[in-house]
Design a protein around this ligand. Structure first.
Ligand code: CDP
Length: 247
């Protein structure tokens, strides 16, 4: 693990040169996997994540079927090589919790009634982790679901806000996440402002919560624009008969 920096903000700028309200560089590519129904590769700062969506498809085991609507399953997994100290392969408490809260973040947007008895499976693989992997995963999963043609009321966008050196900062990097005073990831339906995930580590005052929440919402709006652009680019390539990325 990196050592705790003495200061997180010097002359108004963060350790990676960002202003407090700036997102890390974001790159999104939709439709990158041939065998998945929908997919997305996303980089946010040091994070590199791949999302693949399969479905709507038969549910196995069958007793998990819901006769009235589709079920949404979400598996968040960190590759063992994605972090500094090798991560033990397989699910652990953290990845089970993240899978659950991320799945819940999509429940209000996926129109499940369209596909009774079927499953929509979302897989998020973290290839390189650098703080904020759950938010990066949600942003990628959202694009992959749209790429798969799953009926949704909207995309979901996600980012975190936190506090370091008594200053609110958007989209925490590794040192800020590990040693900061607070970390609050949110996911939002950008078209309505409805919150579908909100978690918090550390402490924020009521005022800081309000201001930080607004910063995170603005961050989500920017991510939403990038998600739409990535989907438009992917559809344009398909329309032009061009090859998908990765083919
Ligand atoms: O990634 P996210 O911020 O959503 O979740 P976290 O549990 O707050 O983890 C913060 C960061 O710690 C991750 O993004 C990784 O960079 C790092 N981490 C790690 O190095 N090894 C782990 N087993 C888990 C997390």
């Amino acid at each position: 693990m990196n050592a705790k920096p003495e200061k997180f903000i010097i002359d108004g700028l963060r350790l990676d040169g960002r202003r407090p309200d700036e997102l890390r560089p974001l790159k999104i590519s939709a439709g990158v996997l041939k065998r998945a129904d929908g997919s997305c590769y996303l980089e946010l700062g040091a994070n590199k994540v791949m999302a693949a969506v399969y479905g709507p498809r038969q549910v196995h085991p069958r007793h998990m079927q819901d006769a009235t609507k589709a079920i949404v399953r979400y598996r968040y997994n960190m590759a063992s090589f994605s972090v500094g100290d090798r991560k033990r392969p397989g699910p652990d408490r953290r990845s089970i919790e993240i899978s659950k809260v991320c799945r819940d973040a999509f429940q209000p947007v996926v129109i499940k009634e369209r596909h009774p008895r079927l499953a929509i499976d979302v897989f998020v693989e973290v290839l390189q982790a650098g703080a904020g992997t759950r938010t990066a995963g949600i942003n990628a999963a959202s694009v992959a679901l749209a790429d798969a043609g799953i009926a949704m009321k909207s995309l979901v966008a996600s980012c975190a806000v936190g506090k370091v050196d008594d200053t609110l900062v958007l989209d925490l990097m590794k040192e800020e996440d590990n040693y900061g005073q607070a970390d609050m990831p949110i996911a939002v339906i950008p078209t309505t402002g409805e919150i579908t995930l909100l978690q918090m580590d550390g402490h924020l005052t009521r005022d800081e919560f309000g201001t930080g929440f607004k910063m995170a919402m603005e961050g989500c709006q920017k991510i939403h624009e990038a998600q739409k652009e990535a989907l438009a680019k992917c559809y344009q390539m398909k329309d032009d008969g061009g090859e998908q990325v990765g083919e």
